[in-house]
Design a protein. Sequence first.
Length: 290
Amino acid sequence: MLIGAHGLVFTGTFDEAGLRRAIEGTKHAGFDLIEIPLMDAAGFDSALAGRMLRDNDLAVTASLGLTAATDLTSEDPAVVAAGVSMLERCLDHVATMGGDVLCGVIYSAMGKYMTPPTAKGTENSQHAISALAAKAAERGIRLSLEVVNRYESNVFNTGRGALGYLDGVDGDVSVHLDTYHMNIEESDFFQPVRDASKAGKLGYVHIGDSHRGYLGTGTVDFATFFRALHDVAYDGPVVFESFSSAVVSAELSNTLGIWRNLWQDSDDLAAHANRFIRDALHAVRTIDLH
């Protein structure tokens, strides 16, 4: 199991200086992996990122959220094609960096929809993800679809909803659970882990508290969630995610809804999160001795 941090914990830009800050900060905090958001896929230098990652002995995954212009659930073939093209470019970046996972809201736009998805839109998304999964597999990359709350996608908002969507998808595509979103949408923190694992589809995990601040200071039931991961023998990435406008740009802060800052110091926050996650995983392993 690799314990990681999201790059936006450290920086809102991923040019050379931003990459250095995020990668070195992740390493210094004690993590094994960094998740790099591909917000600017056209301008991202994945070769440079790959060299920095190797220099710091860090594993890497990548993520993004699609926009209205690249929404795979659109009924406009040109918009769907733009989304596919964007995700193919992201696969190139993941491969160049030496990563093996592309995750996030890569099946629809990330944002508030005012209507449910149409049957045609969902079908468009499923077909596009199936084709992308095949291309990803050729490069040793897996797709994982993040389950987000009702204000960030209308396609599915629970683990079971994601599994239902995947019934219409071919290829090695998994469910990406996030405790922040689970706290809003799920009935508990155990059953979604068990459901996805039983289906052989639990592939990626985000750790965030209810307010996206310091872990353990909100309302997320981490004890149950980490016990669930242990009980299903989950061995995939576990990645800490938190945002502050002290780090990311005003534009990105607005997109992510960061209306108040719960932290200022990236390094302190990250080091605390690394300890919190590792201590929690260690604690649940001792239950086997009871």
